[in-house]
Write a new protein. Structure first.
Length: 172
């Protein structure tokens, strides 16, 4: 799995085509920086409007984060505690996290089949470190759970459920 880290602040999920416009801590004009706006989310995750689009903000603690996919699930997995990556992968493969009660959910619209997850503090003109999330455009519920089955293993899991897709009809 490829993991991404933050410098201490939140991570953001932005459509790939707009990623290079993110300015992080750099202020543009009189308003708050993109980073300051992302920091206004004070829960595990939340939605902020940026350039008229939904941006998913992963806040709380700066845990390393990865994308997990299988044939039925898309997850953003945040590693709070585990002896090693093998333990994280083993837990995800069992899908037992799906039995953990959700603590939060947010609704978001994803308009692009490709999104980037990156550190909200960085100016994307200069820092290209990001995870790519390939996902069908549509309306999603992002549900968060804290999976802590034992003292040595703890994950924050954000699962994406498509609740309304957009079907584009081909011209005949």
């Amino acid at each position: 799995m490829k993991w991404i880290y933050s410098s201490g602040g939140p991570l953001v999920l932005v459509r790939t085509a707009l990623g290079q416009l993110w300015r992080g801590i750099t202020r543009v004009g009189e308003g708050a920086s993109d980073y300051e706006e992302a920091c206004s989310i004070d829960d595990y995750c939340g939605i902020m409007k940026w350039r008229g689009r939904d941006v998913l903000v992963l806040n709380d603690e700066p845990h390393q984060t990865a994308v997990w996919r299988d044939d039925r699930t898309i997850l953003l997995v945040r590693w709070m505690a585990a002896p090693d990556e093998e333990n994280v992968v083993a837990r995800l493969q069992t899908a037992q996290y799906s039995m953990v009660p959700p603590i939060q959910s947010v609704n978001m619209r994803i308009e692009s089949p490709s999104c980037l997850l990156f550190d909200a503090a960085v100016d994307r003109r200069y820092d290209g470190d990001a995870l790519v999330l390939d996902i069908l455009p549509g309306h999603y519920t992002v549900t968060t759970c804290v999976d802590n089955p034992c003292q040595d293993l703890g994950l924050i899991i954000h699962s994406f459920e498509l609740v309304g897709g957009e079907v584009k009809r081909e011209a005949r």
